[in-house]
Write a protein that binds this ligand. Structure first.
Ligand code: IMP
Length: 429
């Protein structure tokens, strides 16, 4: 077995960072394949907490190669700040350990400006984005007016591409959103440090990954966000602008689809969502607040309180089908300790019909009523459990119910934020 993709099966924030960090112990390459700095992964190593946004979560392991592949969108300014901040805390990131695709698109100041102008536009559509410019950057990529990191190599190319992109953007800023326009020369000046500092990291990452795969090296593909935020398969339009589903591993890295060997689906023991959009198992009561506080469910990227609710097996089952998930990693089980009873949605009810799939239209999903299975809760502190048998009987019953409703076995259970606070029942590498 040489590679594993880590996929979020819900609305993101499933605790992928910790699991990637854990598995990267035995992986040689750790690869981000989609999304951008809208992602936020919190890692706890010893007494230090690290919040990562663009850099893969394996970067804290010495001797590993971290890869930002072509499917990722990169904010050069933000990435340089992240690298500097991590290095100040002893991470030792350098072009030898971090490889960035020269085909990855750049998030530029006008993308962030457009993202926030749209969110503030009262006549527009409020999505609750992270405001990082992710959507506008992927739009420009598809419209073929984007700038790739490789364009940093030539000032002439940069000037020509920025001039083209700003024609339309400035028209929108001036005439639709009433915000100040941007100048090509100012952006070129701002890009100077990106050019000198980031170009040494750029390389053909598809070639690197293909060769690593051919040599049988262990590769970890680190997803960002979750399946219900997928541009095609999520709760459109309340989604992100990339594909967090498994198919994006191939497209976003250049690895042939048939070469992907394992898909580990990350399932938080409950559900959270940040931003707008339907969420059938949301709890607007004190149980939701209990979960939010105990789980520290506040956005790593924006600090927003996350909406919290019961685990939704309909959502996770759809991720299993869409992504070919063959094992589950159940995270943050410890957060549920202290609740008298626990519920998992096994179906939805809509207009008198039972559904076992997420409906395509978000308006229908908003009308779905979850049908729950209820089991007794547990109150013990489970952070010291290192095997399934260490867990209280009620926690074991809960896990078995998850496996039954989702139809997949558990490979790993996280019982606390630390690397060591994990029950591993299946080794990948
Ligand atoms: P965008 O990705 O910033 O365009 O935001 C679109 C939607 O995806 C919003 O609801 C965001 O809150 C959500 N989103 C984006 N990235 C993440 C993430 O890493 N975790 C959870 N939600 C996210």
């Amino acid at each position: 077995m040489t590679n594993v993709a880590i996929i979020g099966t819900q609305w993101g924030d499933e605790g992928k960072g910790k699991v990637v960090d854990l598995l990267s112990d035995r992986a040689e390459l750790i690869v981000r394949f989609q999304g951008g700095n809208n992602a936020g992964h919190t890692l706890v190593v010893g007494d230090q907490t690290f919040a990562l946004h663009t850099v893969p979560s394996g970067v804290l392991r010495p001797g590993k190669i971290s890869v930002i592949a072509s499917g990722v969108v990169v904010d050069p300014e933000d990435l340089l700040l992240e690298i500097r901040a991590l290095n100040e805390r002893g991470a030792r990131i350098s072009p030898a350990t971090l490889k960035i695709s020269d085909k990855a698109h750049m998030i530029l100041p006008y993308h962030r400006l457009l993202d926030s102008a749209r969110e503030k536009d009262s006549a527009g559509q409020l999505l609750g984005t992270t405001g990082r410019g992710i959507g506008p950057t992927y739009e420009d990529k598809a419209a073929r007016i984007g700038l790739r990191l490789g364009d940093l190599r030539s000032e002439e190319v940069l000037r020509a591409r920025l001039t083209l992109a700003l024609r339309e953007k400035n028209c929108l800023f001036q005439n639709l959103y009433g915000v100040p326009t941007l100048k090509v020369e100012d952006l070129l000046k701002r890009a100077q440090p990106w050019r000198s500092e980031l170009v040494p990291y750029l390389t053909d990452t598809a070639d690197l990954i293909q060769k690593a795969q051919a040599a049988g090296r262990h590769i970890l593909f680190e997803g960002a966000q979750g399946v219900q935020l997928d541009l095609d398969h999520g709760t459109y339009p309340y989604v992100t602008s990339s594909n967090p589903t498994t198919g994006a591993v191939a497209v976003g890295t250049g690895l042939a689809p048939r070469e992907l060997e394992n898909v580990l689906g990350l399932v938080k023991a409950y559900t959270s969502r940040v931003g707008e959009g339907p969420f059938p198992t949301e709890l607007g009561d004190e149980t939701g607040e209990f979960i939010r506080q105990r789980g520290q469910e506040f956005g790593t990227t924006t600090g927003r309180p996350r909406r919290c609710g019961w685990l939704d097996a309909v959502v996770v089952r759809s991720a299993v089908r869409l992504c070919g998930v063959e094992r589950l990693a159940v995270t943050k089980l410890d957060v549920l300790s202290g609740l008298k009873e626990l519920k998992i949605a096994c179906h939805y009810e809509l207009d008198g019909q039972l559904l076992d799939q997420v409906p395509a239209d978000f308006r229908d999903l908003a009308r779905c009523r979850p049908v729950y299975e209820t089991v007794p809760g547990f109150s013990e502190d489970i952070q010291r459990a290192r095997k399934l048998a260490d867990l209280p009987a009620a926690a074991q019953t809960y896990l078995r119910l998850v496996e039954k409703l989702v139809g997949r076995p558990t490979a790993l259970v996280s019982v606390g934020p630390e690397r060591s606070e994990t029950i591993v029942s299946h080794e990948y590498f």
